[in-house]
Design a protein around this ligand. Structure first.
Ligand code: C5P
Length: 239
């Protein structure tokens, strides 16, 4: 299905966003891979289609499982059609195992130690400040969201974790951690937005990353593309 062209309103490291009507957008996934806050950047032909397909697959699955998401449809290539929201500029990270920036701030724990219960973290979306960890109280004081919204964000994030962990585990995969972003629709309801792909999740298959960690660790674009293709074939996503 081809989606209507729209007006470019935002361009980030991995995506472009086009406005197609007052309440609908197109997210276009770029054939680029970046790491270390954009310090390492490479062209990756075919990657946009892989991350768009993964996002469409996970968002569709979550929608069918009762999570309110921004997803409408996928064009079969690099674009997905989504609802326009007022975005909350906070990255919500859910962790099942100690890894990544958690280990950097808590070096007392060994990588890949399983947490007794999943952790939910809030980070301010700000590349210049490297997305610092913030408290729920900071979000409320800065009027980015209300206490009720934060409580709902946390409970939806944990529900998403349960659904995705189970789905991946049924395919023999481990969900280490992932990042979510939320927005609010015209009715004031909280909606899960943005992306869900190997770029925003850590997924292990027999100890091997099927996610962007490969590239962060110095792996090649080819290795990354092979890992994303493996994830797609395990999930039964044909391109
Ligand atoms: O780097 P860190 O350990 O905080 O990342 C936790 C999870 O959030 C990882 O799955 C990573 O891919 C994701 N993440 C992201 N975008 C960011 C920061 C982290 O998708 N800006």
């Amino acid at each position: 299905m081809s989606l209507r062209e729209g007006r470019l309103i935002y361009e980030g490291k991995a995506k472009r966003v086009y406005l197609i009507s007052n309440d609908e957008l197109i997210m276009e996934f770029k054939d680029e891979v970046t790491a270390l806050d954009g310090a390492r950047k490479e062209h990756a032909p075919g990657k946009g289609k892989l991350t768009a397909s993964q996002t469409a697959f996970f968002m569709d699955y979550l929608t069918k499982s009762g999570i309110r998401t921004h997803f409408i449809n996928w064009d079969g290539d690099r674009r997905i059609h989504v609802r326009r929201l007022r975005m909350i500029p906070v990255e919500v990270i859910v962790r099942n195992y100690a890894y990544g920036s958690f280990i950097r701030r808590m070096p007392l724990m060994k990588p890949l130690t399983r947490f007794t219960a999943p952790l939910v973290e809030f980070h301010l979306k700000n590349d210049g400040l490297h997305d610092p960890l913030i408290l729920p109280e900071d979000i409320i004081e800065a009027e980015l969201a209300s206490m009720e919204q934060i409580m709902e964000v946390k409970s939806v994030a944990l529900k998403v974790n349960q659904l995705l962990s189970e789905l991946l585990s049924n395919h023999g995969l481990i969900l280490v951690d992932f990042k979510l972003e939320f927005g609010v629709n015209g009715n004031g309801a909280l909606v899960l937005a943005d992306e869900l792909s190997g770029d925003t999740m850590r997924i292990l298959m027999n100890g091997k990353h099927l996610d962007k960690e490969l590239f962060r660790m110095g792996g090649s674009v080819k290795e990354l593309m092979e890992a994303y293709s493996t994830l797609n074939s395990i999930l039964g996503l044909s391109l």
